[in-house]
Ligand binder design. Structure first.
Ligand code: KIV
Ligand code: ZN
Length: 559
């Protein structure tokens, strides 16, 4: 690696910058550039039908400004623009945007593509970076400025010659490579554009400031935006827009800080698709606002549906740790995180909390169409609380707290043995296998429970037949409840050394299929042992829980 090859980015001098003290209080105007910047970056660009389906999803999400392509650049883009217009696919409150370079034949073709379109933004761009000018355009600053002015002039003429007199057309200008260029040059060129496009406060020009390549940290970009806005004459003739790319991984942060610096509009894409490392991810940015209590102006309540549509149409994949939409973002593997989340949910269900406040989860997953269920997944790093949480939320088993550690240890043994995480179904199977051991060595063959009582006092009698390997024992016992009666009866089968420590029971399921689950804790040889019984009758569930605990203890001892 050769650090001498690289030079640090030059900072714009901005003493007294104000953006660090500002806060974002409202969502910007969003403009999706998925169908242009996003599409041009796909290994296999979308065909007309795919673009159409994508457009419809963008409309459903609530985008009011959508860049649909570069119609003069290819036949597909031209036809897609025509199809949207001719099939009447553009809702009245949606404005489509098209991109063009400042070349006469491209501008004319762009206006042809837009014939009959009610509301459109024609977006002109010119690269202003000195390196680009020298190497790609081989032109001077004056030459590039003239080229942009000429294009803008033609656009104004062509708009005015439309049957609507240009009413349905707005303009946008991007000084491409804004963040990598001298901001004074951007100001000079953009002021020229305000004049040529004859922008007014009533018909402002969108001045779109791109970080075409992200080369510095977001605070540098915010400085550039604040500097630009501060120097621009007639600020009210412009809507300031930003268009950030993600080369350093901070496109969202750059756009957020740009809002603090005075930007009003943000261009970007769903899930950050775009050239190289992508564009600003508008979903992340919108949900970041949402989690601050700011209406994002986009409906992201079915995020996973949006993700599926995006993946199917673009062939791209959303990463597992992508904010909000990745598979793993509502999943905690670590035991301490799982424990805290479980406590957070329990607290939430016990208290009517008006605001979202949950350990480790910045957003309520249900708000964006995701579920609580996969929040906790179980692997060998997981703690006792996580496994108990899944049994409770997925299957309705409320383990007593003093059983968490015991089950947690069983889960750990199993995940270590398998060397991978357990699914929720595997976890339930493990729980039932581990604690419902009602067949061996002891098995209840028949039983009868009767109760006699006077006010304040009742006596329960248990009688039954129990098998121990190939022997059978008749049991009879009395007690103040079924557990006590069974415990006393057990002596006759020579089941000694067990004492009763704890009992917890609840119903599972509903209506006629409801069952009772009994969790039994016994002491044996100085250790505690748990057993679980599940039966439609609560007394039998408890008795089976006792038998399970005994069987487990004896099996562990090798008896
Ligand atoms: O990244 C960029 O600079 C662009 C412009 C055309 C706005 O996509
Ligand atoms: Zn771009």
């Amino acid at each position: 690696m050769d650090i001498a090859k690289y030079t640090p980015f030059k900072r714009t001098a901005l003493p007294g910058r104000t953006w660090p003290d500002r806060v974002i209080t409202q969502a910007p105007i969003w403009c999706s550039v998925d169908l242009r910047d996003g599409n041009q970056a796909l290994p296999e660009p979308m065909d007309l039908d795919e673009k159409m389906a994508f457009f419809q999803e963008l409309v459903r999400l609530g985008f009011k400004e959508i860049e649909i392509g570069f119609p003069a650049a290819s036949q597909v883009e031209f036809e897609f623009t025509r199809a949207l217009i001719e099939r009447n696919m553009i809702p009245e409150d949606v404005t489509v945007q098209v991109l063009t370079q400042s070349r006469e034949h491209l501008i004319r073709r762009t206006f042809q593509a837009l014939e009959g379109c009610q509301n459109a933004i024609v977006h002109l761009y010119t690269n202003i970076s000195p390196f680009f000018r020298q190497v790609v355009y081989r032109n001077t600053l004056e030459g590039v400025t003239k080229m942009a002015e000429k294009g803008a002039g033609l656009m104004t003429e062509l708009a005015a010659s439309r049957t609507d007199g240009g009413n349905g057309i707005r303009f946008e200008f991007s000084p491409e490579s804004f963040s990598g260029s001298d901001p004074d040059i951007s100001v000079m060129l953009c002021e020229r554009m305000l004049d040529v496009f004859a922008a007014t406060p009533e018909r402002p020009l969108i001045l779109n400031l791109p970080a075409t390549v992200e080369t510095a940290s977001p605070n540098y970009f915010a400085d550039q935006v604040e500097y630009f806005i501060g120097r621009l004459k007639d600020r009210d003739r412009a809507i300031i827009s930003v268009h950030t790319h993600n080369d350093r991984g901070t496109a969202v942060a750059s756009s957020e800080l740009a809002l603090l610096a005075g930007a009003q509009r943000v261009e970007g894409t769903l899930f950050g698709n775009g050239e190289r490392t992508g564009n600003c991810d508008l979903i992340t940015m919108a949900l970041n606002l949402y989690t601050q209590g700011i209406d994002p102006g986009l409906d992201l309540s079915q995020l996973m549906k949006t993700r599926t549509i995006y993946e199917n149409l673009t062939g791209m994949q959303v990463g597992e740790r992508m904010p909000y939409s990745g598979d793993l973002v509502f999943t905690a593997f670590s035991g301490s995180h799982q424990d805290a989340i479980k406590k957070g949910f329990d607290y939430r269900s016990e208290h009517a909390l008006p605001v979202w406040n949950m350990p480790y989860l910045v957003v309520d997953p249900t708000d964006i169409g995701r579920s609580y269920e996969p929040i906790i997944r179980i692997n060998s790093q997981s703690g006792k609380g996580g496994a108990a949480y899944i049994l409770q939320r997925r299957f309705g088993y409320h383990l007593p707290k003093n059983m968490y550690a015991d089950f947690g240890a069983a889960v750990k043994r199993e995940t270590d043995r398998l060397g991978k995480e357990l699914s929720a179904d595997q976890l339930l199977r493990l729980f039932l296998q581990e604690y419902c051991v009602t067949d061996s060595p002891y098995r209840l063959l028949s039983h009868e429970i009767s109760e006699r009582g006077t006010a304040g006092h009742s006596m329960v009698r248990f009688s039954g037949l129990i098998a121990y390997r190939n022997r059978k024992y008749t049991l009879k016992g009395e007690g103040n409840g079924p557990i006590d009666a069974f415990f006393n009866a057990m002596q006759q089968a020579h089941i000694d050394g067990f004492s009763f420590m704890g009992y917890h029971e609840h119903a599972i399921g509903e209506g006629s299929s409801a069952k009772a689950v009994a969790y039994i804790q016994l002491a044996y040889g100085g250790n505690q042992v748990f057993g679980v019984g599940i039966e439609s009758n609560v007394s039998i569930a408890s008795i089976k829980g006792i038998i399970s605990a005994i069987n487990r203890a004896l099996t562990q001892e090798g008896k």
